[in-house]
Design a protein around this ligand. Sequence first.
Ligand code: F0G
Length: 459
Amino acid sequence: MAHHLPEPFRIKMVEPIKLLNRDAREAAIKRANYNLFNLRAEEIFIDLLSDSGTNAMSQKQWASMFEGDETYAGSRSYFRLAEVIKDIFGFSYFLPTHQGRAAENILFTCLVQAGQYVPSNNHFDTTFGNICARGGHPVNLVIDEAHNPTLNHPFKGNMDIQKLYDFITKVGVDQIPLGMITVTNNAGGGQPVSMENLRSVSKMYREFGIPFFIDACRYAENAYFIKLREPGYADKSPLEISREMFALADGITMSAKKDGIVNIGGFMAMNDETLYEQARNELILREGFPTYGGLAGRDLDAMAVGLREGLQEEYLRYRLGQTAYLADRLREVGIPIIEPPGAHALYVNAGSLLPHISKEQFPGHALTVELYLEGGIRTAELGSLAFSYPDPETGKMVHPKLELVRLALPRRVYTQSHLDYIAEIFSKTVARRSEISGYLLTYSAKLLRYFTAQLEPIK
Ligand code: F0G
């Protein structure tokens, strides 16, 4: 049976893309110091680096931007967005920010003291980095099943409730200014969190008096997974499921560049008035006046419309169907992926494809370079280049369990024939995998090093 109906939209504006020849791709990656972040857009044929801000907006979103109100304080756009956010998320207060990490920075500036801990299922690297930047300690407590890449579990993003309890009682509530969970769990394979798990996490945080914040970027995709997989939700709409999720929390940080289907934008929302006032002051200092928060009025309007579109069932069916389709094509050509596939991305197990490359020589990174050389496809390494860090006591590098390569799918951008092409390039690349060599790091920053790293192939 076909996984999905055809794309529920037709194309009315086109953006040309072009595949450079092999020599030009070789020159480009060399010039980029073998870091795909240093490539230029025109050097890339299919860009799967991120699903963030890379979305195609609808005619309705573009139309709404013409009505964007650029009034400095009290713009109509702000109130239109406020109404949508109140309706979907339900919190008492919200503040727009230019993107998700700006909301994270403000939230942690208000709440986290040096030496304190913030548990989650898995922190995404910006929440991880922003907690570290306050001197805090991000802690990942996802269920053990998440570490088994081939295990099929409907909600592999779930928090391990026992681990959470043990952790809270070990370090003490005083040391935990807030608790989080990421939906879907991007750093853990884009896996969803069940409503049942959200309920247990919420109950535990609340019993201990710990404010509970959801990192909500891909909440609509998470809601649709709940609808498909969790007993009792088949007849509920993604909107109803979302409201139920957010009623369990005290607030959220949100990058609307994901399920808000915009190119820029984010916000934070909360129920606590004191926190809101504190965050508002930080916002004015860093982002802008609270009715625009680092965005143009037209961006607020695009977000208001995009948040609604992101919850439409036909859209979500297409969205999850597209990822499932690519997963099938990749399995057919023998590519090991994290099972089951998520919604916004597929995660290829590069460690098992390239066992001859050690973690110190970045097998995931090697695969990303080869996919670019083979077919002009840009993907993202999520392995030892992105996540290894020196142990503070011994100085020895601590490596992540899995060496992954992420294929993120921008929303409403690529068609099914693009997906077929991706599978074909994978097939050609792995056919010569024994010839693929590792990489040596020649430049590395302290935090989030993969963005600016420079590398050299090991001959
Ligand atoms: N939280 C999660 C789970 C994310 O995936 C991201 C961004 C953020 C927070 C930060 O949001 O980019 O608007 O500041 N993820 C992008 C990605 C960058 O490619 O996965 P932002």
